[in-house]
Design a protein around this ligand. Structure first.
Ligand SMILES: Nc1ncnc2c1ncn2[C@@H]1O[C@H](COP(=O)(O)OP(=O)(O)OP(=O)(O)O)[C@@H](O)[C@H]1O
Length: 251
């Protein structure tokens, strides 16, 4: 199992510094970590920096054994559609990325299983270009999962999904992380989803990691005021789950 640790990470686009000095403890596999923060805070940039798609200061430490030469997979926010491929072809292509072109039966079985788990088997032979935004997002999740990474970085993977699918995908990802021991970092704007499904949270704001730790300790009324500029309460619902209730935006 591979664990991740960030040491003094920084990133910039040209002369525009996006964040600096982001360090974490060891992020072990087996659970979901929410990466939260306002628009343009640098969550996607942090993922690109961790995935090695962007150079910058600091070190991404990986420890443990991996069967893969590239144990980190980044699922981007924009799931562009290649109209030439069917869903099945695009997922197969993702599975074969970085390896030979010979396709084994168990790889095809894996694709079938993942499409079925995401309840998109019926889309397998549709062209990507004909899919709705939510359907494309589910295909992008399948493309990420079929690569079986040790560290999976998912950039707002539920932003185009309806309520039922959001809950279903997050539940599935949590179970998958628990069963397979992978570490999943998920950029999310829905803080109630973050509190319900993610064990840990990292908050990126003002070019820094401003808080990290167990989700329910990190997401507080004080943090929401400072980072999101809203007046909010965290209250337990009738089932005892903490919920963010936003009262107003601060002027
Ligand atoms: N390729 C790029 N070139 C230059 N600037 C960029 C590039 N990509 C992102 N930025 C800038 O970097 C900053 C951080 O963007 P990023 O996409 O990482 O934020 P984010 O926290 O993921 O935002 P959101 O929640 O809105 O998706 C923004 O100011 C953005 O305009």
């Amino acid at each position: 199992m591979v664990a991740l640790r960030l040491e003094s990470l920084g990133a910039r686009y040209g002369s525009n510094r996006i964040f600096e000095d982001i360090s974490t403890g060891i992020i072990e596999g087996g659970g979901l970590t929410a990466v939260i923060g306002p628009n343009a805070a640098g969550k996607s940039t942090l993922f690109k920096r961790i995935a090695g798609l962007l150079k910058g200061e600091g070190v991404v430490h990986l420890s443990g054994e991996s069967a893969l030469s590239r144990p980190i997979c980044y699922m981007p926010q924009d799931t562009g559609a290649n109209a030439v491929l069917t869903v099945y072809e695009s997922v197969l292509l993702a599975a074969k990325q970085g390896s030979g072109w010979k396709v084994a039966d168990d790889e095809l079985a894996d694709i079938d299983r993942i499409l079925s788990s995401l309840k998109i088997s019926d889309l397998a032979f549709r062209d990507l270009g004909q899919l709705s935004g939510g359907q494309r997002q589910l295909v992008a999740i399948a493309q990420a999962l079929v690569r079986k990474p040790d560290i999976l970085l998912m950039d707002e993977p539920t932003s185009a999904l309806d309520l039922f699918r959001q809950i279903e995908v997050l539940h599935y990802m949590r179970e998958l992380a628990r069963e397979s021991g992978i570490a999943v970092l998920i950029a999310l704007h829905d803080l109630n989803h973050a509190m319900r499904y993610c064990d840990q949270a990292m908050v990126v704001a003002n070019g820094r990691l401003v808080a990290s730790g167990p989700t329910t300790e990190v997401i507080t009324a004080d943090l929401l005021r400072k980072v999101y500029r809203v007046d909010a309460r965290i209250e337990n619902c009738t089932q005892g789950r903490p919920l963010v209730i936003v009262d107003s935006a601060l002027g």
